[in-house]
Design a protein around this ligand. Structure first.
Ligand SMILES: [Zn+2]
Length: 322
């Protein structure tokens, strides 16, 4: 679906590196089918995000061979994935892409208020983390993000019910599910539907371990790719789109094995093999729930006016009251 590329300049020659960005789509070809998307590997140091995506896709591919419930569901829904958005960053052990750009700060989106001077996304230098890239006129995305945007436009911009999950790690002591915005502490337009989906999840899996809240409760940023894709979707579709991020609580792994903080990958990934296995199976319940939610979208994406109002009020109280 696209390529990431970079050149390294030596004294006499240039070495070009290029790796494919792979997108996968299974299930219904109907543009109006509900769509579940899995994404990972935006940040090259957060290998576990790509690995979790691939583990879920591997189980899915086996289930597709024999599970008649899933086979039936896939006639009506589509599951899409880009498990490794930043393969060159991953190859070179860098958070950023080869241009030094943090792909999650690169979209043409400005935060509402003040953001942290570095973490919030800056244009000071590609040598510093969280670099947004240079200002371009007209605005353009880094090749990895452009490939993801085009994939999303093709796969779900005509669908009335979409959930995407982007897997990250490196922040916090608990697994969190974040929903928009990253750019603002204000509620996003599909807050009622987000609350309905959360309720459905909590009723179905009351012992789940995620903290579910708007990303902006943790920090706000400029240039969030999912804020941007969400806005573009809403400009041309009256449907419901919930772009979620799973932020895996990697500080738990560091707390149990403190020495790993001194390695490049240690702060972001489970290092011990038994812990890595545990993390690779940890999000199966969420994935299964989301597949079922796509097959029965009326319970979260087609709310009556009354249900919408009720969910809106509950969501405001839960997430936005001081
Ligand atoms: Zn990340």
């Amino acid at each position: 679906m696209g390529f990431t590329q970079s050149s390294r300049r030596g004294p006499s020659n240039e070495i070009f590196e290029q790796l494919p960005i792979i997108g996968i789509s299974v299930g219904s070809k109907d543009p109006k089918a509900p769509v579940l998307g899995l994404f990972g590997g935006v940040h090259g140091l957060e290998r576990i995000g790509a690995q979790v995506c691939i583990a879920l896709l591997r189980s899915l591919s086996e289930l597709m061979l024999w599970d008649s419930l899933l086979q039936e569901a896939l006639k009506n829904i589509r599951i899409v994935a880009v498990p490794m958005i930043n393969p060159l960053g991953m190859m070179h052990l860098r958070r950023s892409n080869p241009n030094g750009v943090d792909l999650m700060r690169n979209a043409p989106i400005e935060a509402d208020g003040d953001v942290h001077r570095l973490l919030g996304g800056h244009r000071l230098s590609p040598r510093l983390p969280w670099y947004r890239g240079p200002i371009k006129e007209p605005p353009s995305l880094e090749p990895e993000n452009q490939a993801v945007l085009e994939f999303c436009q093709k796969q779900f911009f005509s669908s009335p019910a979409v959930v995407t999950v982007d897997f990250h790690s490196g922040f916090g002591l608990q697994d969190q599910i974040w929903f928009p915005y990253a750019k603002s502490v204000k509620p996003f337009p599909h807050l009622a539907e987000m609350h309905a989906l959360k309720n459905l999840f909590e009723r179905t899996h009351p012992h789940h371990f995620y903290r579910i809240e708007p990303q902006a409760k943790n920090y706000t940023t400029n240039g969030d790719l999912w804020d941007y894709i969400y806005e573009l979707y809403c400009q041309q579709n009256k449907g419901v789109y919930l772009p979620l991020a799973v932020e895996m609580g990697s500080w738990m792994w560091v707390r149990k094995n403190p020495l790993q903080i001194f390695s490049t990958l240690g702060p972001f990934n489970p290092v011990k093999p038994h812990r890595q296995k545990r993390i690779l199976r940890r999000h199966t319940t969420l994935f299964d729930f989301l597949i079922r939610s796509m097959a029965s979208p009326q319970f979260w994406s087609e709310l009556s006016v009354e249900q919408k109002n009720k969910n809106q009020i509950l969501a405001q109280e839960l997430w936005y009251s001081v």
